[in-house]
Design a protein around this ligand. Sequence first.
Ligand SMILES: [Zn+2]
Length: 202
Amino acid sequence: MNLNQSRETLVRTAREFYEKGWMLGTSGNLSIRVSESPLQFLITASGLDKGSLQASDILLMGENSQLMESAQLKPSAETSIHEGVYRKLGPGAVYHVHSVSAALITQLYEDKTNVSFTGLEMIKGLDIWDTSAVVDVPILENLPSIPDLASEIVRGADRSVPGVLIRRHGLYAWGANPFEAKRHVEIFEYLFQYNIGLAKLR
Ligand SMILES: [Zn+2]
């Protein structure tokens, strides 16, 4: 995938997530890695409506949150979090959404540091083929300083599950490529909505 294709993928994915209600009010940020060494990635600009981004609203970033091209726009405030996840786990894309269910499930498990899923067919969408496996999604605290939050997310992120929740804030998910990262966001959303729906029935 070349730079232009990656920009278009981010524009399209942001619009789809916006339409699902996962990136309302300019929230969330999406990135795709374009170079491993030195690390470079494209990320959505800060403060724009995620339902109507243009290719020019996607910014090329280098190491230490350095903007690699002249632009009037500012990169996402959470750029350093994406960089931290790329450095630790080396995924091809990192997607962050502010969905209601991602925030709500962390409140449902207010006193827990993770939420577990098991026995559901959709777990396979996380590349976990044994449906009796227990999938533990970490719930990290929503620290007010971005550098602190970045450290917390990098600490909590590992290879056992491709995502982490931030309490009353949202979901970070990643994948080997943009297609996989999008699938992981969708699967997590399904699991969160399923669990919230089940709690209502009880
Ligand atoms: Zn956020």
